[in-house]
Design a protein around this ligand. Structure first.
Ligand code: NOJ
Length: 744
């Protein structure tokens, strides 16, 4: 097989078409290209640079707002795109300046971070990932896009598809967790949901895949920090979701703040030109993250802002977010021959194409219909969808003696700083969401035989509420205690070294456990947390993340058993911070863990396994798996193009052995026993979410593809090697049954 590095775009596109695996990467039509050329021929250099410029309004930002007077910039044609302006009235006001007061009347793009809902807020992305329900995730993105596009927006800075194995990194809440396969499927679902049936529809927005690339792997989990790892590792574990999003048609890509292999992403020809455009055939535009061109000076790879702009354009950055570098220096750089007119023109083409694609030239106000805005935001159907996705996102981590579901006859003590709280439920990056629209847990449980006490705050050392909490606990049959994090301690710039529950919350829970009454812990948080005491002592634990507008109803549905929990963790929960990073798809090492040998890979003060692993999650029913069967013991793959099925499938029968109906996520993992480079002990390659009635059994079959068995080999090519593979199927990464096959 050819080296990946030398594969031409044509070959890749051809392969992709053959396999049918690549949905449809964005491709401009000839008609649009022709319109772009006509417009481009009329533009001055300043107007062209304006199209490559994106500024925030003063409505909100995630960094220093270094520029004022954006309206004047629009008027001069010096700013062709805005972000952080939304609502039809405001967008209309700004669009009017562009289309009525500029020479060429080129409409603006309006971007915003619509991360998990615009007005109706859905679970945080990490939470939604726990649903392993691609239809539900696509629906969530669709609703978000429907609402945001009704509020004037045509571009969202989502999905964030950065793989992360480090819960110290606060942004894990925005992604899909630790696994490249699950992350890729979710990336596709989100892009499809955001962009809808086709760009140009009034409810379709441009998606922006971010942060390209490797942003989820900063050293020490510290946001914005250096990223470095071998190219093979990078391609195997970190790049797949970005590519999946491109293949699903994502129209734009955002660069990341970090460097990779010594080059900041916004100046990396390797990332932007070689991988993104040449290997993956991306034809949309690339925008930087917030002032990340400027930050290349601090990275120390250029001496000043002007050089930073040159590095960025030469690498393949089309649009400068908020830095003002292109606007300030590109003209001079062109005069000095540091960049070419052709490069500038190409970047402008990429931006203009998508403005045509959206239909903005036909109707620049197509997203500014106030009536539509009013009828769309927080529509009852959207709230219903949010409740549905929210309940699917909940993970049952523990349920000893089946204390859950609650029984209507039980007297409940509802305790905890998040039990009667709304402000945190919409999580971080909550669009235009208003926490007053949220249903709290207490409201969700209304009608129950229940007493409430707060117990303590979300942080701080005040234990004065313990007494009242213990008093009502003493009068109850069962305790439900809601603890977790404030929403603003996950998300951007919120890296932490201690990921336990802040303040005295764990202490409160442990005090409640001492009463001897059954304790159900409802966790609300944005990242995996370390809670060894609670993990041991509580009877039941529900991970509910931040579930959004319908949080309280969704949690109540699960507590009462009106919905049987079906979520599975998309990211491992460590036992202690010292284990981080702890993830399921690790390599074997030359000295794999052996409890009887000191000289093997382990800690002397902690177990190797996480508290709860990737793929783990309980149900109110139980499932039994047969040992998987392979259709053949030896499969042949010769001559089969990448992505095609090898002639082998694996099947298992899954039975619901409990008393209630339930959904199970049947997970398929693969291990290549001998490879020319070390292989993970397990790698997810497929999953199915199935509903089974009590007593019902179903056969689940997975057809293996050549790609499932392929990897980056010692010569840097991607492909299979003949040999033996363990094919494992089960309901969690740590609970599988296995069959061995040979591939010739
Ligand atoms: C910085 C964040 O890293 C990025 O994800 C976001 O889209 C931009 N700010 C714009 O708000």
């Amino acid at each position: 097989m050819q080296s990946i590095k030398s594969l031409s775009t044509t070959v890749i596109v051809l392969l992709c078409c053959l396999t049918g695996l690549l949905a449809q990467p964005y491709r401009p039509s000839a008609a649009i290209n022709a319109r772009v050329e006509t417009l481009l021929s009329k533009m001055t250099l300043e107007e062209k640079i304006g199209q490559l410029t994106l500024y925030t309004t003063d409505w909100g930002s995630t960094g220093p707002t270094i520029r004022e007077g954006y309206k004047d910039d629009i008027r001069k044609g010096a700013c062709g795109n805005l972000f952080n302006s939304h609502s039809t009235a405001f967008v209309r006001e700004l669009q009017k300046v562009a289309v009525e007061e500029t020479r060429l009347k080129i409409p603006l793009l309006f971007g915003f971070d619509v991360i998990h809902g615009y007005k109706t807020i859905f679970p945080i992305p990490l939470g939604e990932a726990a649903s392993w329900d691609l239809e539900a995730i696509e629906k969530s993105a669709r609703v978000a896009s429907t609402e945001a596009s009704a509020a004037g927006l045509n571009w969202t800075f989502a999905p964030m598809v950065d793989i992360s194995r480090d819960p110290r990194w606060g942004r894990v809440m925005e992604g899909a967790g630790e696994d490249p396969y699950l992350g890729s499927r979710i990336a596709e679902a989100r892009v499809k949901g955001i962009q809808g049936k086709k760009l140009g529809d009034p409810d379709a927005m441009l998606a922006c895949v971010k942060h390209f690339a490797g942003y989820g792997a900063p050293m020490g989990g510290r946001d914005y920090n250096t990223v470095d790892m071998s190219e093979k590792y990078f391609r195997e574990f970190y790049l797949p979701p970005y590519q999946a999003a491109i293949n699903a048609g994502a129209a734009t890509v955002m660069t990341s703040f970090n460097d990779y292999d010594g080059i900041p992403a916004s100046g990396s020809k390797f990332l932007l030109d070689q991988i993104l455009r040449k290997e993956w055939g991306f034809e949309g535009f690339v925008v930087t993250d917030y002032t990340s061109i400027n930050e290349m000076v601090m990275h120390g790879v250029v001496a000043n802002d002007k050089e930073a702009g040159e590095l960025a354009l030469n690498a393949g950055v089309d649009m400068d977010m908020q830095g003002g570098i292109y606007q300030a220096y590109l003209k001079k750089s062109l005069q000095e021959g540091k960049v070419t007119q052709a490069q500038i023109d190409e970047a402008v083409r990429r931006v203009l194409r998508l403005k045509f694609e959206l239909g903005l030239f036909e109707d620049p106000y197509k997203f500014c219909n106030a009536e539509r805005e009013k009828n769309t935001l927080l529509a009852p159907a959207h709230r219903a969808a949010a409740r549905e996705v929210a309940r699917k996102s909940i993970v049952l981590l523990k349920n000893d003696q089946e204390v859950l579901p609650l029984k209507p006859s039980q007297k409940i003590a509802l305790i905890g700083p998040l039990a009667d709280n709304k402000t945190e439920l919409i999580g971080n990056w909550n669009g235009a969401g208003n926490f007053n629209d949220c249903v709290s847990l207490k409201e969700g449980l209304s009608g129950a035989n229940m007493q409430y006490a707060k117990g303590c705050e979300l942080d701080g050392a005040d234990r004065s509420g313990f007494q009242e909490a213990l008093r009502i606990a003493g009068q109850s049959d069962i305790i439900v205690v809601a603890v977790g994090e404030k929403a603003n301690i996950s998300g951007e710039a919120t890296s932490k070294t201690q990921i336990n529950l802040p303040g005295v919350q764990e202490e409160l829970v442990l005090e409640l456990c001492k009463t001897g009454k059954p304790v159900v812990v409802v966790l609300m948080n944005g990242r995996p947390v370390v809670i060894p005491g609670i993990a041991e002592k509580a009877n039941a634990i529900l991970e509910t993340w931040w579930l959004g507008t319908e949080a309280g109803n969704a949690i109540a549905d699960v507590l009462w058993g009106k919905y049987n929990p079906s979520g599975k963790l998309p990211m491992s929960f460590p036992r202690s911070e010292g284990q981080i990073p702890v993830f399921y798809n690790e390599k074997s090492t030359g000295r794999p863990f052996d409890p009887n040998s000191k000289w093997t890979s382990k800690y002397i003060d902690e177990s190797n396994s996480p508290q709860w692993p990737f793929g783990y999650g309980l149900s109110y029913t139980s499932f039994a798996y047969t040992t998987p069967k392979a259709s053949v013991e030896t499969a042949t793959t010769r001559g089969i193009p990448s992505g095609k099925q090898v002639k082998v499938w694996v099947s298992v029968t899954v039975s619901n052995t409990g008393k209630v109906a339930g959904e199970e996520v049947v997970q398929l993992y693969i291990r290549d026993l001998v490879g020319s480079t070390t292989r993970p002990v397990k790698a997810l390659k497929g999953f199915r979410k199935i509903m089974l009635q009590p007593g019902e059994s179903r056969e689940v079959r997975f057809d293996l593809t050549a790609d499932d068995l392929s990897f980056y080999r010692s010569d840097n090519t991607f492909g299979m090697e003949p040999g033996e593979f363990d094919i494992m199927v089960g309901g969690s990464s740590n609970d599988v049954k296995s069959v061995r096959i040979r591939v010739n």
